[in-house]
Design a protein around this ligand. Structure first.
Ligand code: V3L
Length: 85
């Protein structure tokens, strides 16, 4: 986002940045003070819960990952599953 923050979801040993469009959608909901928002990832609906700071697949909540909002400059694995070389 323009203030230098991005949204991340948990990987096995590090953080993945959300794709730019999804990160913007999450940021918009977060700034509005909403408790959660839904996103579409590869055909699946996920709920991003800002109180628990978790992402969960809507039809399978056992598929959960921590999420965080942090600076765009932090070390990361990549963006939406595309690894940084
Ligand atoms: N954006 C993109 N892909 C996602 C997202 C998302 N927000 N959430 C889940 N997936 P689950 P390592 C991740 C993918 O939570 O080696 C990474 O992007 C998820 O991809 O059980 O463990 C990597 O591509 C997974 O492939 O619903 O760090 C991959 O895992 C699939 O949806 C490996 O990352 C099921 O995730």
């Amino acid at each position: 986002t323009e203030d230098g923050y991005q949204w991340y979801y948990e990987g096995r040993n590090g953080w993945w940045q959300y794709d730019e469009r999804t990160s913007q959608d999450i940021e918009e909901a977060y700034k509005k003070g909403e408790k959660s928002c839904t996103i579409l990832v590869a055909g699946y609906v996920y709920v991003v819960d800002f109180e628990a700071m978790l992402q969960q697949r809507q039809n399978d909540p056992s598929r959960r990952r921590h999420v965080k909002r942090d600076l765009a400059s932090i070390p990361k694995k990549g963006v939406a599953g595309l690894r940084i070389e």
